[in-house]
Design a binder for this molecule. Structure first.
Ligand SMILES: C[S@@+](CC[C@H](N)C(=O)[O-])C[C@H]1O[C@@H](n2cnc3c(N)ncnc32)[C@H](O)[C@@H]1O
Length: 199
């Protein structure tokens, strides 16, 4: 995650071609990839589940979820990102849609997991967005929100967990800054996951 890789005003279509060059984006380094796979295995249900990856980018987390046996639907506003995600997951049980993560174009379909990494903080009215995402879950489903604060950008774990509390599910915060394998380097800013529900 660079300070330019999230937030309003970014031309995501232009970013798509080089997006995977960041270690935590492309997960090309086997150690970084393993670190994310380990976390995902903890965050996602053990049984094969329907996962909605919102703001999926080039599909790196979607691919890990698919490799763990889950069926994935990805949504991203950027056609260039979606094109890369489709190529990355070709032949897998996965579908990718161009659309707004704040209002995912999934009709009446419901999911076991809504997975979002580095997207929520840039959306207007994150509280309303979380309520909408919560409504996309089947009973017993969970939100997995991976976010952070990068200099002037981002959203803190305190704010996200405060917005998630009224949803009614158990809210668990997992700190990720000290796990340098996830980022491919040491970081000293705030990085975390908030998992809501799934209990
Ligand atoms: C920092 S990238 C994260 C990509 C992916 N979640 C990951 O962790 O590798 C942010 C992504 O969110 C997408 N995005 C930004 N605003 C969006 C919105 N309103 N709806 C859907 N996607 C959005 C961008 O196109 C970009 O692919």
């Amino acid at each position: 995650m660079t300070e330019h890789s999230g937030g309003g005003g970014v031309d995501w279509n232009a970013e798509a071609a080089t997006f995977d060059e960041e270690p935590d984006h492309g997960l090309r380094d086997p150690e970084v990839r393993r670190a994310w796979a380990r976390r995902l295995r903890e965050w996602l249900p053990e049984r094969a589940s329907d996962v909605l990856d919102l703001g999926c980018g080039t599909g790196s987390l979607s691919l890990l979820a698919a490799e763990q046996g889950h069926r994935v639907t990805g949504v991203d506003l950027s056609p260039a990102m979606v094109e890369r995600a489709r190529a990355k997951l070709a032949g897998r049980d996965a579908a990718f849609l161009v659309g707004d993560a704040a209002q995912p174009p999934v009709g009446e379909q419901r999911f076991d997991v809504v997975l979002v990494r580095h997207v929520l903080w840039a959306l207007p009215d994150p509280g309303r967005v979380l309520r909408r995402w919560w409504g996309l879950l089947r009973p017993g489903g969970r939100l997995v929100l991976v976010e952070g604060v990068w200099g002037a950008f981002g959203i803190s774990a305190e704010v996200v967990s405060g917005l998630a509390e009224p949803l009614g599910g158990c809210v668990r915060v997992e700190r990720l800054s000290e796990d340098s394998l996830l980022w491919g380097k040491d970081v000293d800013d705030e990085r975390y996951a908030v998992v809501v529900g799934g209990d």
